[in-house]
Design a protein around this ligand. Structure first.
Ligand SMILES: Cc1cc2nc3c(=O)[nH]c(=O)nc-3n(C[C@H](O)[C@H](O)[C@H](O)COP(=O)(O)OP(=O)(O)OC[C@H]3O[C@@H](n4cnc5c(N)ncnc54)[C@H](O)[C@@H]3O)c2cc1C
Length: 329
């Protein structure tokens, strides 16, 4: 088989469009000023690609990109690079998440080139949850990088065409770089400053943790605007449907980075159908978030409630008739 035949499924070879750093659909949507939607895929505990495609299908209807998490909560699942590769080859747009917990700089830089070669266009750079949070607390934590040094390293690989060592990369990766943020947990004043560091290190988009406390998020965004960060980075606010008052209380106590106000828990408790109420709250939060200056989109995380994601986005009206479709990149 000729080399050109081998390469026909890898269109990321051409230079990115003018004013873009990558071939990413998400980057195109955001730079065009459209309200973007991304969604997180719950990774299977399986080696079956069908499990990945089954989980991706409902998200692909509404998402400009699907996030492949990297052992979130320090629990082992199918790898983010495996999921990103499968989805990208099948024509879906993905966000490849990298946590610094499990791999050192040699492994991560190699994975970044491998992912880009497979057509991955978006990377979310995370320090990552500590091993103590997961089901294998005896695992050895690596943390050779943190989110900021990881961003800086991948930006150097992309823009200067060299590894951290200075050795040349013959074809640099075209990647749209992202990072995470936790706007609703203390220390509140420090969160926008941390965001500024990530932007300075190369973050072009941010996906936040779940927002359930709008006044706290508005305060965070006001500071973000004061610092001029909303002009430098696209911010996608994290949202998701709460299953019940009990689940909300559990998340508040056990999942780092999430604050669920008492008023929301009361509202769920009093509802005849708590699941339906959780979905309604999520739609309302999306509609209110959309009105906050400096917010460019939402990132929907619906653990074990993926079937609700397309209804939530449709009911929120944020796509305004737009229909994200299966595309490469
Ligand atoms: C959208 C999203 C996706 C995620 N996906 C994953 C995933 O796939 N895998 C995974 O393992 N985790 C994941 N997480 C969890 C994430 O790693 C933690 O929420 C983390 O605390 C915040 O993001 P970060 O990794 O960029 O941390 P950073 O902002 O880099 O911070 C790392 C930790 O150190 C603390 N810290 C650093 N410097 C200081 C300082 N000067 N003072 C006080 N505290 C400091 C921060 O509060 C934080 O707890 C995700 C989070 C979000 C919001």
């Amino acid at each position: 088989m000729s080399l050109s035949k081998d390469l026909k499924n890898f269109p990321a070879y051409a230079p990115p469009p003018e004013g873009h750093v990558s071939h990413s659909r998400l980057e195109r949507v955001l730079r065009a000023g459209k309200f973007a939607v991304t969604s997180e895929l719950n990774p299977p505990d399986s080696a079956d690609p069908a499990d990945v495609f089954e989980a991706a299908r409902p998200l692909a209807e509404i998402a400009d990109a699907i996030n492949a998490t990297d052992a979130s909560g320090a629990n082992c699942h199918m790898s983010s690079i495996g999921i990103s590769a499968l989805l990208t080859r099948a024509g879906y747009s993905t966000v490849y998440q990298i946590s610094c917990r499990d791999r050192n700089r040699i492994a991560i830089q190699g994975d970044v080139l491998g992912a880009a070669a497979m057509g991955v266009s978006n990377v979310l750079c995370l320090t990552g949850d500590g091993v103590g949070a997961g089901d294998q607390p005896g695992a050895k934590p690596v943390f050779d990088f943190d989110s900021v040094s990881l961003l800086r390293t991948i930006r150097t690989m992309r823009d200067e065409g060299v590894f951290l060592s200075g050795r040349k990369i013959t074809r640099p990766p075209h990647l749209f770089l992202g990072a995470a943020e936790n706007p609703c947990i203390p220390p509140y004043e420090w969160r926008p400053e941390r965001l500024a560091k990530k932007v300075e290190a190369g973050a072009e988009f941010i996906q936040t943790n779940y927002i359930y406390d709008l006044p706290l998020f508005e305060r965070f965004m006001a500071r973000v605007r004061d610092l001029g960060l909303d002009k430098k980075v696209f911010i996608l606010a994290g949202v998701g449907p709460l299953a019940s008052a009990r689940a909300a209380r559990w998340m508040r106590s056990n999942v780092p980075g999430i604050h669920v106000p008492d008023a929301l828990i009361d509202r769920l408790e009093k509802a005849p159908d708590q699941g339906a109420e959780g979905k309604r709250i999520c739609v309302e939060i999306i509609q209110q978030i959309r009105e906050i200056a400096g917010v460019s989109g939402v990132h929907v995380m619906a653990y074990r409630r993926e079937h609700l994601v397309s209804e939530i986005i449709a009911e929120s009206g944020v796509l305004a008739g737009r229909s994200p479709r299966r595309t490469r990149s």
